[in-house]
Write a protein that binds this ligand. Structure first.
Ligand code: ADP
Ligand code: MG
Length: 294
């Protein structure tokens, strides 16, 4: 093939593929944006395992009306202005890639209003193109609605698992996020059914009870340890509180949820023969690493 420059559309779709692999990636990016905006309530609605619809509504600070369209531009962020900010970052996002990536492969509507503004703004983006942008009435906060994920990238769609499996991934993800932020009230609804809801009062115990059911909290033991620049704290389930998969092996590093096979295997090894065959523990560990010490 002859050398040729890729079109803007193809470049955006390829870049989007690196950020948005599946519906759970959309939920992760949108909820992280809500948390970065200081939300105390985050409501997530999905349909079709997130392929037909992902809607995230928050009561965060909202976006200034004249910046809403810019939020969909690649590398547009309010969280980082110079390289010096990089080390002081406290937000979950900063690359300015999530909204443009989602909008490149779906039909997106964003409605936002800042509390001090009389009116909100609604912007609609289809496959990366802004098709509508107008003033509207709206409660303070932001709602992002993502429909028909991968409608223009059918090859990506084929990689997805069943709707039930994608919904389960979303539930596991939101569970983890809810645990890292017990002061925020989360609600997840799938196909009109409420899958989880947390009180958002700041207590990890009450958050766990809401997620796992009352009886399970007695079977969770607090753990904590500290050594040079590393603090670990969290809850470890007793060997009779197990799951059929690893979705409840949850680790957060400096407030950020991570998936790490080494940590998972290390924890499973620690249970040794206590763990029944093909069963996985319920573990939530928060690691605080002092960047200066590593
Ligand atoms: P990043 O989070 O890396 O900055 P995003 O593409 O996720 O990039 O978002 C772009 C910008 O849009 C953010 O920096 C923020 O200013 C704004 N934004 C996105 N979602 C929200 C939200 N829910 N509430 C307030 N502002 C938001
Ligand atoms: Mg973001």
């Amino acid at each position: 093939m002859a050398i040729a420059l890729l079109s803007e559309e193809i470049i955006n779709q390829i870049a989007a593929g690196e950020v948005i692999e599946r519906p759970a990636s959309v939920v992760k990016e949108l909820v992280e944006n809500s948390l970065d905006a200081g939300a105390r309530r985050v409501q997530i609605t999905v349909e079709g395992g997130g392929t037909a619809l992902v809607r995230v509504t928050d009561d965060g600070e909202g976006i200034p009306p004249d910046e809403v369209e810019l939020a969909f531009a690649r590398h547009a962020t309010s969280k980082l202005h110079g390289i010096g900010d990089l080390l002081a970052l406290r937000t979950l996002g900063f690359r300015g890639e999530a909204l443009p990536s989602i909008a490149a492969v779906a039909r997106v509507t964003l409605i936002t209003r800042q509390a001090a503004e009389p009116l909100g703004r609604e912007v609609q983006v289809v496959g990366g193109t802004i098709v509508r942008s107008e003033e509207c009435g709206a409660p303070p906060g932001t709602t992002v609605e993502v429909r028909d994920l991968f409608f223009n990238t059918p090859a990506r769609r084929k990689f997805l698992k069943s709707e039930a499996a994608e919904a389960a991934r979303i539930a596991a993800l939101v569970t983890g996020l809810a645990l890292t932020r017990p002061e925020v009230s989360f609600m997840l609804t799938s196909e009109g059914r409420t899958l989880l809801q947390t009180p958002g009062q700041g207590a990890l115990g009450a958050t766990l009870a809401a997620l796992l059911g009352e009886g399970s909290t007695r079977r969770l033991l607090p753990v904590s340890a500290e050594r040079e620049g590393l603090r670990v704290a969290g809850l470890i389930g007793t060997a009779d509180l197990t799951r059929a998969n690893r979705s409840w092996e949850l680790f957060a590093v400096n407030g950020r949820l991570i998936e790490n096979r080494t940590l998972q295997v290390a924890v499973e090894k620690a249970y040794g023969s206590l763990l029944p065959l093909h069963r996985y523990p319920v573990v939530h560990l928060r690691l605080e690493v002092d960047p200066a010490a590593v």
